[in-house]
Design a protein around this ligand. Sequence first.
Ligand SMILES: O=C[C@H](O)COP(=O)(O)O
Length: 248
Amino acid sequence: MRIPIIAGNWKMNKNKKDTKKFIEDFEALIGDTEVEVVICPPFTSLDSASQMLKNSSVKLGAQNMSWEDHGAFTGEVSPEMLLEQQVEFVIIGHSERRQIFSETDDRINKKVLKALEKELRPILCVGETLEEREGEKAFEVVKNQLVQGLKNISGEDASKVVVAYEPVWAIGTGKTATPEDANEMAAFIRNTIKELYTEEISEEMIIQYGGSVKPGNVEEIMNQTDIDGALVGGASLEAKDFIEIVNF
Ligand SMILES: O=C[C@H](O)COP(=O)(O)O
């Protein structure tokens, strides 16, 4: 049985004070939940968040990391530095990293490999642009991102990867893919994993949807057969919204 994972990607939002306030508010609201909950604050808030979440069921994720262990890589953060902050998940290949910071599939693959080597769970983001969808290339693009992103990753390691399907045109725009379209892509992703690995691995894999997930649409999205979670941006910034999403 797949246990859903709902992750909040705060992007470049919240300083330490805001982080503390969010966690206090969120911890006061969260009861027993049937889903795994992850928050991904900016690097500068990880330390405060990890101190506050010591006895919590809420897990910590980072938004990016280096594929190198240490050295002359100005501005980068290593996996060991994340582990030191009790980080368990790391978002890799988010479309903002791909588009704004020119991350290539090759670099994304190096990060996925490194995360798995260090026992961090990668949340590998894939998704097509509007132009690619309108040009009927969505499936080809997503398949290519998966094949490249998972290159040289063993079956055992692949089952620890979370795949987040985020159509680029639905991110921060208020437009969501219809639940059926999102599920069609999630099923396609699962089938691609089956082709790359085995049916067992594909059935175990957690596939999230991301792109304007809100309290009002999360239930319909989560009710889809192949969607096992959500990667939430804007609506993860307010504890009262994020708790509604977690308790869908
Ligand atoms: O990582 C999260 C996604 O980019 C979705 O962001 P959004 O919920 O603000 O559309």
